[in-house]
Design a protein around this ligand. Structure first.
Ligand code: 2HG
Ligand code: ZN
Length: 484
């Protein structure tokens, strides 16, 4: 008797290939890989495969492909949309990148890092910092999220406003395709117009086209001066006006520009130990601004003081605190980075990771707030996010004392209410978290017609048996065949 649902020859071949550390079949070992960070999805799997190299990964994938076994690629398991969680059938294997943990090279001449998929974002940042360089992507889950995951989901985060999303940072890529073929695109070229951009196709495909195993990332010089301030503002419009004021002076200095509503900051302040608002009194909203430069000196401090001084005089900002040390800077960032955790602790929440053109953000917040409050009295409207790049996490937390299940039963009603407003404002229903399994139902109405049909055709060409991360991105009722 085997503990897994895998056919015996496949079971034996995978065990021989990966060894006991790379082939987990006991439920106690596999269950952490079958639930997402938000605990929205509780899947099952036949086994967890943990290849240690690309070659092992390719052989394992080829074996699963030959036996028609579905595969769910998984990095740090921090998806907000159930993108790395298997379904409940127990047929699939999870292919975890957690044993591919090597930073292979850092090249100073072209500022690149060659890295394996399972290196966490934090480890990659630390490796770059140790060489006096900057890994220019930062997200709240960076301690767990890994390189394969951030590329597969085209993660954005706090520094997109300056350096772009993960897509803009990847110069080279290696991936294992659904039949076990290794697609080697590990070229570190800035210019390379030689046919289709396959690298970009894999990035953001959420593991539906293959498993990313390696990448070459464009680094930046490490900042030698940095200024960080938390500002109390009246609303999102004031935050945007402040952003514009910094941008007018020096757009290239803005490293991050984040927005936090008073409600969401209140949750951090009360539910996260060690978090405390360093302002005289709570405000309706906040902006966290970080300026950075590879040049040492005082010019950023002058810029920060000039813009904030003027904003305080005109009333655009009612209060502000500047970090005077690295410890204070980290304290200010903690107030921002703990938002997801605080909302988790506050009960059930419905997330709307949306983007709209910058001028539409105040309208989005005003209209979506009114609509959600009308839908569910007592709902806690707790938006925050990367306002400098147009991405707001328009999150709704259950009314205090409400039943979490009853609240979550209304998730589509809430998401549809917000989505209708986002659509009118020419935005997107998923800015940086992806579609995963949570938002597949929105795809036909948002990306239907030629767009979804073309995606289906690509999926069918690369993964005709629909073995790679099935049930993600594409709405379930359509399988992998494009609508005729
Ligand atoms: C962040 O910006 C993450 O902190 C999580 O993208 C957002 O919890 C969320 O909705
Ligand atoms: Zn975010």
């Amino acid at each position: 008797m085997y503990e897994t649902a895998l056919p015996a020859p496949l079971h034996d071949a995978l065990l021989a290939l990966l060894g006991p550390a790379g082939f987990l079949t006991q439920a106690t070992d596999t269950s952490p890989y079958c639930t997402d960070w938000r605990a929205l999805y509780h899947g099952r799997c036949a086994a967890v495969l943990r290849p240690a190299t690309t070659e092992e990964c390719a052989k394992a994938v080829a074996l699963c492909h030959a036996h028609g076994v579905p595969m769910v690629p998984q990095g740090g398991n921090t998806s907000m949309v159930g993108g790395a969680t298997p379904d409940g059938s127990g047929r699939a294997v999870v292919v975890s990148t957690t044993r591919m943990r090597q930073v292979i090279a850092i090249e100073h001449a072209d500022l690149t890092m060659t890295v394996e998929a399972g290196v966490t974002l934090k480890a990659a940042q630390d490796a770059a910092a140790a060489e006096g360089l900057l890994f220019p992507l930062s997200i709240s889950s960076e301690g767990s999220a890994d390189i394969g995951g951030i590329l597969s989901t085209n993660a954005g985060g706090n520094n997109t406003v300056r350096y772009g999303n993960a897509r803009e940072l990847a110069l080279g890529l290696q991936a294992v395709l659904p039949d076990g073929t290794v697609l080697d695109l590990m070229r570190r070229l800035r210019k390379d117009n030689t046919g289709y951009a396959l690298r970009q196709l894999l990035i953001g495909a959420e593991g539906t086209l293959g498993i990313i195993t390696r990448a070459i990332i464009q680094l930046q010089p490490a900042p030698r001066s940095r200024e960080t301030a938390l500002c109390a503002v009246a609303d999102a419009k004031a935050a945007l006006d402040l952003f514009a004021a910094f941008r007018r002076e020096d757009p290239s200095a803005i490293q991050a520009f984040e927005f936090m509503s008073g409600v969401s900051m209140g949750l951090v302040n009360t539910l996260i130990e060690g978090a405390s608002l360093p302002l005289a009194q709570p405000a309706p909203a906040y902006a966290l601004v970080e300026l950075a430069s590879p040049r040492a000196g005082n010019s950023l401090r002058e810029l920060m003081e000039d813009v904030l001084g003027h904003a305080l005089e005109t009333g655009l900002v009612s209060d502000a605190v500047l970090a005077e040390s690295e410890a204070q800077r980290l304290d200010l960032w903690k107030l921002r980075e703990e938002h997801a955790e605080a909302q988790k602790r506050a009960g059930a929440s419905v997330k709307n990771d949306v983007s709209v053109p910058l001028p539409a953000i105040p309208t989005l917040i005003a209209q979506a707030t009114a609509a959600c409050e009308a839908l569910i009295p007592g709902i806690r409207v707790a938006p925050f996010g990367h306002i400098g790049d147009g991405n707001i996490h328009f999150n709704l937390v259950q009314p205090e004392g409400a039943d979490p299940e009853a609240f979550l039963a209304q998730d589509h009603a809430i998401m549809d209410t917000v989505a209708a407003i986002v659509r009118k404002l020419d935005g997107s229903f998923s800015a940086e978290h992806g579609v995963g399994q949570l938002k597949t139902y929105l795809m036909p109405s948002w990306r239907g017609g030629a767009e979804l049909t073309t995606m289906h055709r690509i999926k069918n060409a690369i993964d005709p048996a629909n073995l790679m991360n099935p049930g993600k991105i594409f709405p379930p009722d359509r399988g992998t065949s494009p609508r005729k």
